[in-house]
Design a protein around this ligand. Structure first.
Ligand code: SF4
Length: 249
């Protein structure tokens, strides 16, 4: 039985890998797969963190990806992904994972999937559980099962492992693509502030495809509000505007 940890390079998936390794003990080591399906669109520091975690756990990382960035995918599809047309997560994450599972099945391997959703994310857990049921697949959520908070995980990584957290956490809640096209306006404000290059690319993608990230405005327009920091921070947009991506953590 293969124990497949969906290993995104975020702190939650790193901690899940640690939990699975502890649970299985020495005999199970060979059966743990740290599966990474890269989008090549994350903060590059993710690769430093992934390598350090892999070495800390003494486990290799399996990379199975489409090879394209979200920008290349947007160009190929001529559209912007989002909550209603999430072709980025479908192609770069879900389909890649399914291809890897098909490979395991061809090898005659059984497997169980481990996802790093927390106890504070019941809807994501339910959705992932329902999807796994549909495929007749075993799935577990070790962090949600043990109710460990994200703060406790970060503390463990910095104090016990003595690893620096991935850079993305300085500005964002999740260590996914930058930007994640499922993020809300408050999220895009963070991207504008901390990742100006990627914000420019997103503006360019809107102009080239003719699609917009938000129904009611273009990023170019939103940027004018962002430029007036005081006005932006006093206006109606709240942090709750952020919609977490369904890609694993
Ligand atoms: S993190 Fe966001 S932009 Fe990247 S693949 Fe997932 S949904 Fe798409």
């Amino acid at each position: 039985m293969k124990h497949v940890v969906l290993f995104s390079g975020g702190v939650a998936s790193a901690y899940v890998a640690h939990m699975v390794k502890n649970e299985l003990g020495k005999e199970g080591l060979r059966d743990i797969v740290l599966l990474n399906t890269p989008t090549w669109s994350e903060d590059r520091d993710i690769y430093r963190f992934m390598c350090q975690v892999g070495r800390k756990l003494k486990l290799p990382i399996t990379i199975w990806g489409d090879g394209r960035t979200i920008w290349q995918l947007i160009q190929d599809r001529g559209a912007i992904p989002g909550n209603f047309i999430p072709f980025c997560t479908q192609r770069l994450k879900q389909e890649m994972k399914e291809q890897y599972y098909k490979y395991l099945e061809r090898m005659g391997e059984e497997y169980i999937e481990y996802v790093g959703f927390g106890a504070d994310e019941p809807s994501r857990v339910q959705k992932a559980y329902a999807r796994a049921q549909k495929h007749g697949r075993k799935i577990r959520f070790p962090i949600a099962e043990s109710c460990i908070s994200s703060e406790e995980i970060k503390k463990f990584i910095t104090e016990e492992w003595k690893l620096q957290l991935p850079n993305a956490y300085k500005a964002l809640k999740h260590n996914n693509c930058i930007p994640c096209f499922k993020g809300g306006k408050e999220y895009f404000y963070q991207v504008y502030k901390f990742y100006p290059e990627q914000f420019e690319l997103a503006k360019q993608a809107e102009n080239e495809t003719g699609y917009t990230v938000f129904k009611d405005t273009k990023l170019e327009e939103l940027e004018k509000n962002f430029m007036n920091k005081e006005e932006w921070e006093n206006n109606q947009y709240q942090i709750a505007d952020f919609i977490p991506c369904d890609c694993w953590l």
